[in-house]
Write a protein that binds this ligand. Structure first.
Ligand code: NAI
Ligand code: MG
Length: 349
């Protein structure tokens, strides 16, 4: 009997509403070719939903999502909605509620895409971003914000358990790649939290003597992403640093619209969630010009997670053929529309 997967679809806001349906067309086409089927249910959650319902998703939203094998997500946020809410009330809720402690964000060369860097060297690395704690726990407060002596704080939280589990994931991942982990830190100034981060990662590293391990400061690593991106294999980093580095990774590839990602619960106790690295891009929404490659790549990462490796590889090969043939959106200097790209990828499957 052929396999069936239940996928929850959350397009979200802005360009999410345009690129998620295109990604779904690719998933359905590849499923047909590889002998499995998917059932999807779409949820109209996000900032648009908030404007009508005063919440980003219903109170039992996570319970609803639990029944699915994976969540295929676009992005949330609208200019007319308080921008402190989208992460707090949707994205972080799912990431922490489902223990998706790995944010898997690959960076690589796309054939036929002009990159801003002059290097001709092949770039292929994965950012493994800690996804549930660190700088983004939102523990803090504001004191007398309207007064001259007002103040605001956010506390970072790094736990042994949280560091160990993401570090083990990174070292195991390196064993399937080029055997190198670069861990990003700033322990020369964040002498409590990130010194602890370093210490626990070094303890984990000792259990992987076959994997090369190096430590790099965040400031230097932003320079190295530009000057020598080919030196990276697995980049292990904190929640905030990983957020910033992954947009830089997108830029290194040629556009933010190229980056796919997975919010992964490696133990598979809960569904994982797959989304492009960028946001809802309200400046270009509604014009059918958004770049869908990152959303389509996220579909491949999702299928890989579900065990459909051949289908995932076939999507990646089709993406490569499509960019190589010059089917490029405006951000990449081309004139293909969002749906042109998906059509071409499907043809190339
Ligand atoms: P953004 O990533 O949405 O856009 C940054 C720039 O990149 C814009 O000029 C946009 O047009 C361009 N861009 C992004 N994706 C593109 C694509 N697929 N094709 C072509 N161009 C693309 O980041 P921004 O502007 O900082 O945030 C916009 C909204 O998105 C905010 O409300 C923010 O909170 C939200 N956001 C949501 C995320 C999520 O749902 N996971 C992640 C990041 C931001
Ligand atoms: Mg981000």
């Amino acid at each position: 009997m052929s396999k069936n997967y239940k996928i929850a679809v959350v397009p979200g806001d802005g360009i999410g509403k345009e690129i998620v349906p295109e990604g779904l067309r690719v998933i359905n086409a590849v499923a047909k070719k590889h002998g499995f089927s998917i059932d999807t249910e779409s949820f109209g959650w996000g900032a648009g939903y908030y404007l009508k319902n005063n919440e980003f998703m219903p109170a039992d939203g996570l319970e609803t999502l639990k029944a699915f094998d994976a969540v295929y997500f676009g992005s949330v946020g609208l200019p007319e909605v308080d921008d402190t809410l989208p992460a707090k009330d949707y994205t972080f809720k799912v990431r922490t509620g489902f223990n998706q402690y790995v944010n898997y964000r690959p960076v690589r060369t796309y054939p036929g895409v002009q990159r801003p860097l002059r290097t001709e060297k092949h770039i292929d690395f994965v950012i493994v971003r800690e996804n549930t704690e660190g700088e983004f726990v939102q523990m803090g407060g504001q004191y007398l914000p309207d007064e001259a002596n007002g103040m605001g704080t956010d506390t970072s939280v790094f736990t042994r358990k949280g560091i160990e589990r993401v570090a083990h994931y990174a070292f195991k991942l390196a064993r399937t790649r080029r055997n190198k982990v670069t861990h990003i830190t700033k322990s020369n100034t964040l002498i409590n939290s990130l010194s602890y981060w370093d210490r626990v990662i070094k303890e984990v590293a000792q259990q992987y003597p076959d994997v090369e391990h190096e430590q790099m400061y965040i400031d230097n690593s932003t320079a190295m992403f530009v000057l020598k991106p080919e030196i990276f294999d697995v980049v292990l980093t904190t929640n905030l640093f990983g957020d910033i580095l992954s947009d830089l990774g997108g830029a290194v590839m040629g556009s933010l619209g190229l980056g796919g990602s997975g919010n992964i619960n490696p133990e598979k106790e809960f569904p994982s969630m797959f989304e492009p690295i960028h946001g809802s891009a309200p400046d270009i929404a509604g014009k059918n010009i958004a770049n869908p490659y990152g959303q389509i790549w996220s579909a491949a990462i999702m299928l890989n997670h579900l065990g459909e490796t051949e289908a995932a590889n076939s999507i990646m090969e089709a993406i490569d053929k499509t960019t190589k043939a010059g089917v490029l959106t405006v951000d990449l200097g081309g004139n293909a529309s969002t749906s042109d790209v998906a059509d071409a990828v499907i043809k190339n499957l």
